[in-house]
Ligand binder design. Structure first.
Ligand code: ADP
Ligand code: ZN
Ligand code: ZN
Length: 659
């Protein structure tokens, strides 16, 4: 169905460089009697080495690696060759599988009795499977919406059992960062020997071997990250995208700029496979499609985990309480620290109880917007409703979508305060202040700078998991994949850094991040809580995250999108131009913008907007200048298809970010 060469490229398999791994094996090719005769003969001639070899080989039912055999017997290769020459033993080259799961044993993972909501979701998946296999109607996808811990994975597992029983196979996609040994263990423990894994930490040899094993029909379940959607399963019956809202499902940084969700839906059309999109915070577009009836919806409203000891005031299965701290009030009360009084008190309690805390900071929070410390006002673009970004060099505020510019105000336009300044925070600053406030605490910092090295990620996690540190300070990486019983407090240092990114999805991203971060705290028997610090406590993304109210968030967000014709109401495309000369970059971006605007007018394309050009959010990256054009249209293809782009341009249709 799909060009295998392209698939190999997408899976980063490069056949000329990677070959099957061969090893020399040996085994006996004659019967017991012949071996006995030879042993007797050798005994007379003191052929101890050959005797040792023969006796060792008798102990194996399968061919044994020659190197191992010689090592364990102390015999030489030559002695083995002599046995071969006598026609007793055969030595040959065999392929050995480079198994990424080698050496792991997986605890059995017994099937659970489903709750009624899980049961209903499973039935919907089974219906999709049946519809797909009947061939009459190609099934639509199912959105499985349920909080973390609501039992989605158990539904996937039981759907998988049905798929395998029907002689079909499945792909389970999870975000790269969530592809931990624990995740793999849940699938491999339920379906031993039938799981293949595909992710970026495999060696080329492992990836090559897994890919061939899948192609040859030797694995029925592929668990992997984004590119595993191209796994060549011959009898595909089910595709699951867990955490379907994750940005990383889109390959944004290289061509082809595919989204694994789109590929999954296309594959489903071609093969009749069912698609399940799981999330605690589905993409607004996915929920919108479910509301339009374009895809099915199943909801798991209750959390199965998070049970607390009897007698505790917090009800079983409840999500952790989230407190929003108004940082404007902190300032009014004379607290100029990064830490609110509330967060400080909570940290004191956690440390006293010998529990653990995670402090979370948005990665891209560096000094990019101005904020009034007294009323929380930020300066937004009147056209695009995104925050203007502060550019230190020119001392100006710029809209990264439409290039509207404003001088930096000296006073807040809302409350006339003079405390309007650009806002920046880094993990190091948090660490410094933490050290000052809690000199006894053992701190661990986890961000890009620290985790560049191979294995550093696991090492930090291990240090924290084994309670060699009390507080983990990190960027969004800490939001995922961690399931630590001692973590009873999660503090969000500033929700504003995510909220005021110049991207039309900043609200959605903030909601997703905060929901995820807050979910970290409630995973333990000890319960837990989350504290979110912000200068915008009334923003719906923050309010809804604090009350675990997806539907409340969705209602406001979809209204915002509709009012400006943002996705899903129009399609979005982004063109980025890079050049080493600042002038050339700007001029070329202006030229193409004019050309596109003219083309849109001439073709009479309704509701089509060509916005920009504007410097990209990162206007200069690795020595080149970056400009972008944003296009919004009911369908961007009539405008873009006839276009031939000069070198230096890159096009992203349905980009997941404008940053
Ligand atoms: P999610 O994928 O939504 O985060 P999981 O499937 O991982 O949820 O379930 C969370 C926890 O609850 C797991 O420990 C799982 O074993 C348990 N669990 C799930 N479904 C059930 C069930 N029907 N009965 C008992 N425990 C369950
Ligand atoms: Zn103000
Ligand atoms: Zn603008």
């Amino acid at each position: 169905l799909i060009d295998q060469g392209l698939v190999q490229t997408l899976l980063q398999i490069t056949p000329p460089k990677v070959r099957p791994k061969l090893t020399r094996v040996s085994y006996i090719i004659v019967d017991q009697g012949k071996v006995g005769e030879e042993l007797a003969r050798l005994a007379k001639r003191h052929g101890v080495r050959q005797i040792a070899l023969l006796e060792a080989l008798q102990g194996y039912t399968l061919p044994v690696e020659t190197i191992e055999l010689c090592k364990s017997t102390g015999a030489s290769n030559e002695a083995l060759r002599r046995l071969e020459a006598k026609g007793l033993v055969r030595i040959e080259e065999r392929e050995v599988r480079r198994d990424p799961l080698a050496g792991h044993t997986f605890a059995a993972n017994p099937t659970l009795k489903l709750t009624p909501a899980q049961e209903a979701a499973l039935r919907q998946i089974v219906d999709l499977l049946a519809a797909g296999q009947s061939g009459k109607e190609r099934p639509a996808a199912l959105l499985l919406h349920g909080a973390t811990g609501s039992g989605k994975t158990e539904v996937y597992l039981q759907a998988l059992a049905r798929v395998l029983a029907a002689g079909l196979q499945a792909i389970i996609l999870v975000p790269e960062i969530a592809l931990t040994p624990q995740t793999i263990a849940r699938f491999a423990g339920r379906f031993p020997g039938r799981v293949a894994v595909l992710h970026s930490r495999l060696t080329p040899g492992q990836r090559f071997d897994e890919w061939r094993r899948i192609r040859d029909g030797l694995a029925d379940i592929v668990v992997g990250s984004r590119s595993a959607i191209f796994a060549p399963l011959p009898r595909l019956g089910l595709i699951v995208l867990d955490e379907e809202h994750e940005w990383t499902y889109k390959q944004s940084d290289a061509t082809p700029r595919y989204h694994a969700r789109e590929v999954a839906l296309q594959l489903a059309k071609l093969t009749g496979a069912a698609v399940v999109l799981g999330s605690a915070t589905p993409d607004v577009t996915t929920t919108w499609q479910a509301q339009q009836g374009a895809i099915h919806l199943a909801e798991l409203p209750e959390r199965v985990v998070g049970r607390r000891p009897a007698g505790d005031s917090q009800a079983a299965g409840e999500l952790p309480p989230v407190e929003i701290v108004d940082m404007r009030a902190e300032l009014r009360a004379g607290n100029r620290s990064i830490f609110s009084r509330s967060l400080r008190a909570a940290l004191t309690d956690v440390l006293a109880a010998r529990e653990q805390a995670i402090l979370f900071l948005n990665r891209r929070g560096s000094a990019s917007f101005v904020l009034c410390r007294d009323c929380g006002q930020t300066i937004q673009c009147s056209r695009c409703a995104v925050s203007l970004s502060y550019h230190e060099g020119e001392n100006v505020l710029i809209c990264h979508h439409c290039n509207r510019r404003r001088p930096v105000p000296q006073q807040c336009p809302n409350c006339w305060s003079k405390r309007i300044r650009y806002f920046g925070l880094g993990t190091e600053k948090v660490e410094d202040e933490m050290r000052m406030l809690f000199p006894q605490s053992r701190l661990l910092r986890w961000d890009r700078d620290v985790t560049g090295r191979q294995g550093a990620h696991e090492a930090i996690l291990e240090t924290f998991a084994s309670h060699q540190a009390d507080v983990l300070i990190g960027t969004q990486m800490v939001a995922k994949g961690l399931d630590l019983p001692l973590v009873t407090l999660v503090g969000v240092i500033s929700a504003d850094t995510a909220l005021h990114l110049p991207d039309l999805r900043a609200g959605e991203r903030t909601f997703q991040l905060l929901t995820q971060v807050a979910g970290r705290a409630g995973r333990s028997e000890r319960g837990g809580r989350a504290i979110i610090q912000t200068y915008s406590p009334e923003h719906y993304a923050i309010q809804s995250a604090a009350t675990h109210d997806y539907h409340g968030f969705y209602a406001q967000e979809i209204a915002f999108r509709q009012s400006l014709g943002y996705p899903p109401f129009r399609q979005l495309a982004r063109l980025v131009y890079t050049h080493s000369s600042a002038d050339k970059a700007e001029a070329e971006a202006a030229r193409l913008t004019a050309q596109l605007q003219q083309a849109a007018t001439q073709a009479g394309l309704a509701e089509t907007e060509v916005i920009g050009p504007a410097p990209a959010f990162l206007p200069r990256l690795q020595g080149v200048y970056r400009w972008q054009i944003t296009i919004l249209a009911p369908d961007v293809h009539p405008l873009l298809a006839p276009l031939s782009l000069p070198a230096g341009w890159s096009l992203d249709i349905d980009p997941v970010t404008l940053l």
